[in-house]
Design a protein around this ligand. Structure first.
Ligand code: EPU
Length: 270
């Protein structure tokens, strides 16, 4: 959303060793550490974030390699880049995630996905770093993924291997295009947003509930409930996180009053 205050400490380590040192230092000195992915599913409060925010933007964390039918990607790689590497290698599966912004690490952390599947279903193994600086490998059997939920909840996801399937590149590209077109038609992709704000309650659609409640176009400050898709809040230059949070509260209370449904945010709020 490009909103919110600064981090007390912001770090972009240049290697895995440097990252381990930073994480160990934070642990020893009781400094809270958070990992920032691409920031696409995140709202940072206006007050900013105390402690350390670490982002894996260095190329050391975004390598993508193909071996047979598997793709290994660093957590800092953009999901869109991994998709295009897979498609070029004629490997199918990840095209179902077309149009999802952000990094591989962020996508794994929240099991990003949509109607066509989620990232968790393709994971063969993941490498993580614990809060006390220890690297572990987690095979798929030890992992669980559910709707916007993942057991990969240690401090850092370092990389993951995805098991895909050979397919006709034209068919993969066609599927990718179709998903992309559907997304573009129904979501305000050209505006500043954090994607869907709320999780879909079981068997219901948050967007459709907010729409039926007549809330599309409701505005607080420079933040507005999107006219295109009611589960998106779009912001304009000059918006504050407080504007967005007030809209989030307004939506929750209206939907609770009208339908007795307690919407749960899908975005992370720092
Ligand atoms: N709808 C309305 N009004 C609206 C928006 C939606 O009536 O303003 C209706 C649609 O017509 C449709 C139903 O609600 O009948 C569901 O809408 P849609 O197909 O857009 O899917 P969604 O459940 O709102 C989910 C994910 C999206 C993902 C799309 C496509 C959640 C919360 N959202 O949206 O994920 O892109 O499917 O796969 O699970 C995100 O997580 O940030 C996100 C955008």
């Amino acid at each position: 959303m490009k909103l919110g205050g600064p981090a007390q400490y912001f770090l972009t380590p240049r290697s895995r060793d440097e990252l381990v040192r930073v994480v160990k230092y934070c642990h020893q000195h009781k400094i809270a550490a958070r990992i920032l992915g691409g920031g696409s599913n995140l709202l940072v409060r206006d007050e900013g974030v105390s402690g350390a925010v670490i982002q894996l933007t260095n190329p050391a964390f975004s390598e993508v390699t193909v071996t047979g039918t598997s793709v290994t990607a660093g957590a800092g790689a953009l999901l869109s880049h991994v998709l295009s590497v897979a498609v070029k290698a004629e490997l199918a599966g990840l095209e179902n995630l077309a149009g999802i912004p952000g990094t591989v690490g962020g996508a794994l952390h929240g099991n990003a996905g949509g109607r066509n599947g989620d990232i968790g279903q393709y994971v063969h193994k993941a490498t993580i770093l614990t809060v006390d600086g220890i690297v572990h490998e987690r095979p798929a059997e030890e992992l669980s993924f559910a709707y916007r939920q993942s057991s990969l909840d240690e401090l850092v996801i370092l990389e993951a291997e995805f098991l895909l399937q050979k397919d006709d590149p034209d068919e993969i590209t066609q599927r990718l295009r179709k998903i992309w077109i559907m997304k573009k038609a129904s979501q305000p992709l050209s505006s500043q947003s954090a994607g869907c704000i709320f999780k879909n309650p079981r068997g219901l659609s948050a967007g459709s509930l907010i729409d039926q409640a007549g809330l599309k176009g409701t505005r607080i400050g420079k933040a507005e409930i999107s006219d295109r898709h009611a589960n998106f809040i779009v912001t304009e230059e000059g918006a504050s996180s407080a504007d967005v949070l007030k809209l989030v509260d307004l939506i929750r209370s209206k939907i609770a009053d009208k339908y007795g449904v307690d919407l749960q945010p899908e975005i992370n709020i720092w």
